[in-house]
Ligand binder design. Structure first.
Ligand code: PMP
Length: 397
């Protein structure tokens, strides 16, 4: 791939505030602020006014299994999956949650085996999303407990839940279950199964699949996630969990998320699914795909020099949404220091880049995860600083 755009630092001194080029850039979390530029361009279309009397009730739809799911959001979720083709929604119940974080806990609650004398083991293959272990264990529930790396799970005859994250956080790999034993239940975390990050190869068809507005439209602050659930009993238990936990999900947030999803679907229908950056405009995924392709090209160039770091390589697959073969462009760069002794997060920290150490993902400190979804000025600084490290590796203080 050619780097289409490799601009110098785009921020002016005044925009940089008091910190100048020397400021610390915090890329530890996957905060999706990159998408602000798209939503700014949407202006009034994406601006909502909610009258004071609206959505005051706890309830949204008393007749629906998920009684706190706003009908508008339900419709827009179904529409977006139809437009993108990334999930089967027929015969599924939709459960809305406060981010997919709450739905992970709701699903663990619903999938665990309360009649068993032992807590259900929750496993996921290394490198796993760093929040899974603490989410499982912080309340010390008797229902489930973190069981570690799925690829090393050997307990026979036990109940277990395997979380399959695909594309995976932190390394962007495409994944399938690894335990494959009877007595097991699967939880598919598909937060990143959208066309700006990876090829859409087939509609997801799983018992429980989780999605989130945080990574889909970038509206992490709205805290909206949703689950597509086959079994009504499981869906009902998840609804019960959310009822006990937060008595539903903010209607204001659901209405806003519904609007954002509808704009994304509109943009796909208006501009087609390919990324056209001419004057006709482009779809939301066209924008995301273009920006992520450019960012991955730039970070690969910065890393390539000197052989100090490596990044994962991704296979190319035909994307049924973009109608072209595409390579994954994950939301995180999973950097590996080739020097086995190196603490990669520590090395970046000395250069004022905050990432999350491989240790948090069940790996060695040789790895570090940095967000690829930050604002342009922070991403520019990341590339600039990595280039500086790789250009003078012995001068890495
Ligand atoms: N699952 C994965 C794999 C994630 O990366 C994240 C966010 N980093 C979440 C779930 C939770 O996202 P949210 O609660 O914002 O929906």
């Amino acid at each position: 791939i050619m780097c289409i755009n490799n601009p110098p630092l785009r921020v002016s001194t005044s925009e940089r505030g008091d910190y100048g080029d020397d400021r610390v850039i915090n890329l530890d979390a996957g905060d999706p602020t990159m998408y602000e530029t798209y939503w700014k361009k949407m202006g009034k279309k994406a601006t909502m006014v909610i009258p004071g009397w609206r959505s005051m009730s706890y309830y949204s739809n008393g007749r629906s299994l998920c009684w706190f799911l706003e009908p508008d959001l339900c419709q827009q979720i179904l529409r977006l999956h139809r437009v993108v083709g990334n999930a089967i929604t027929e015969g599924r119940y939709i459960v809305v949650g406060n981010g997919s974080s709450q739905l992970i806990l709701a699903a663990l609650y619903a999938l665990s085996s309360p009649e068993s004398s032992e807590p259900t083991d929750v496993v996921s293959a290394v490198p796993y999303y760093s929040s899974y272990p603490s989410m499982c264990d912080y309340l010390k529930t008797a229902l489930f407990k973190w069981g570690g790396d799925a690829s090393k799970y050997e307990k026979e005859g036990s109940n277990y839940i395997e979380i399959v994250t695909s594309p995976n956080n932190p390394d962007g790999s495409l994944r399938e279950p690894v335990v494959n034993r009877s007595g097991g239940k699967l939880l598919h975390d598909l937060a990143y199964y959208w066309p700006h990050y990876t090829s859409i190869t087939a509609p997801a068809d799983f018992d429980v699949a989780l999605f989130t507005a945080s990574k889909c439209t970038g509206h992490a602050g709205s805290r909206i996630g949703w689950a597509l659930v086959k079994d009504p009993e499981i869906a009902m238990k998840m609804v019960k969990f959310i009822e006990l936990n937060t008595i539903g999900v903010s209607k204001d947030s659901q209405l806003r998320a519904a609007r954002m999803l509808s704009i994304v679907s509109d943009s796909c229908e208006q501009f087609g699914s390919t990324n056209v950056s001419d004057n006709r405009g482009e779809s939301f995924y066209g924008f995301g795909h273009r920006l992520m392709t450019e960012r991955w090209c730039r970070i690969r160039q910065a890393v390539k020099h000197g052989g100090m770091f490596t990044l994962p390589e991704f296979p190319t697959a035909y994307c049924t949404f973009l109608h072209q073969p595409t390579e994954s462009r994950p939301a995180f760069a999973w950097l590996k220091c080739e020097d086995e002794e190196e603490d990669c997060a520590g090395l970046l920290r000395r250069h004022k880049i905050l990432g999350r150490s491989g240790v948090s993902f069940g790996c060695s400190p040789q790895f570090v995860r940095v967000s690829m979804l930050d604002r342009d000025d922070n991403f520019d600084l990341l590339v600039q600083r990595i280039s500086k490290i790789t250009a003078a590796p012995n001068n890495s203080e």
